[in-house]
Design a protein around this ligand. Structure first.
Ligand code: AMP
Length: 254
């Protein structure tokens, strides 16, 4: 696996890749776990060349403390990617990704203002902008995103269509612990007690109960509910546990 730090380095390599070779891309923020690795494995299987980016994108963090305490370790991440058979790891820094100082943004004005967007102002502007930049640099045919962040997937799919970008987005199912907890880098910030309570989020979403009942059940299980809402056939929730913001979503039954 070759590690690349600048768009210029990648562009040189990219120009030497034959046009009939399929390039698959998985963007991540590091702190890699089995959820990320499921995307990487699918990408590796379905393409000739796999590229993964590890970039903790500051513009999508509305909470500075969340950014500063994000549990990621570059050595661990690159070892996992190497083992997974990744060809190129793109690991830029802020100056490489934001030569404009984030004066240019990609903004969606509808769905990005709802659910997580309503609670995390500017979050999806940061997500859409960094993914647009990464797509323009890497120029993959296929890009892989987890349904764990379903709203993000929907918004990126909309961006690709709105801007006539020739990139196929592949949604990938949520990888869960055996107890149902959606795997997340942020789970590492929970205490043992928090980790034992966290699967309740998924369990309560799956219950046959009203939104109001689910909210009450979550609150009495120790969560502080940020929102719980149905949208376009899915049930979405975000809730704080020990100050850690956990998200989950499931398709609505029936
Ligand atoms: P992140 O590093 O959090 O930006 O995540 C990078 C990609 O991995 C995103 O497309 C996420 O949706 C995806 N991802 C993270 N956790 C999971 C999971 N438990 N199951 C499936 N995909 C995931």
């Amino acid at each position: 696996m070759k590690i690349i730090h600048t768009p210029e380095e990648w562009k040189k390599i990219r120009s030497g890749i034959a046009s009939d070779k399929k390039i698959g891309f998985v963007p991540t923020m590091g702190g890699l776990h089995n959820g990320h690795l499921s995307l990487v494995q699918k990408c590796h299987k379905e393409n000739d060349i796999s590229v993964v980016s590890v970039y903790l994108n500051p513009t999508q963090f509305n909470d500075k403390n969340d950014l500063l305490t994000y549990p990621a370790n570059f050595e661990d991440d690159s070892a996992l990617l190497e083992k997974a058979g990744v060809d190129y790891l793109f690991a830029p820094d802020y100056s490489a990704m934001y030569p404009d100082g984030y004066t240019y943004k990609v903004i969606e004005t509808d769905f990005s203002q709802k659910l997580c967007g309503a609670k995390r102002p500017g979050h999806f502007d940061g997500v859409l902008t960094i993914v647009m930049k990464l797509f323009n640099i890497i120029r993959p045919q296929n890009a892989y995103f987890g349904e764990k962040d379903f709203q993000q997937y929907v918004l990126l799919d909309g961006m690709v269509k709105a801007f006539f970008m020739d990139i196929h987005l592949v949604p990938c199912p949520i990888v869960r612990e055996e107890n149902g907890l959606a795997i997340s880098s942020r789970n590492r910030k929970l205490s043992e007690k928090g980790l034992a309570a966290a699967p309740k989020l998924h369990e309560i979403l799956e219950n046959e109960s009203s939104l109001e009942q689910k909210k009450n059940e979550l609150e009495s299980s120790g969560f502080t509910v940020d929102y719980i809402t149905e949208h376009n056939g899915r049930l979405y929730a975000a809730a704080f546990l020990e100050g850690v913001r956990l998200i989950d979503n499931i398709p609505l039954k029936g």
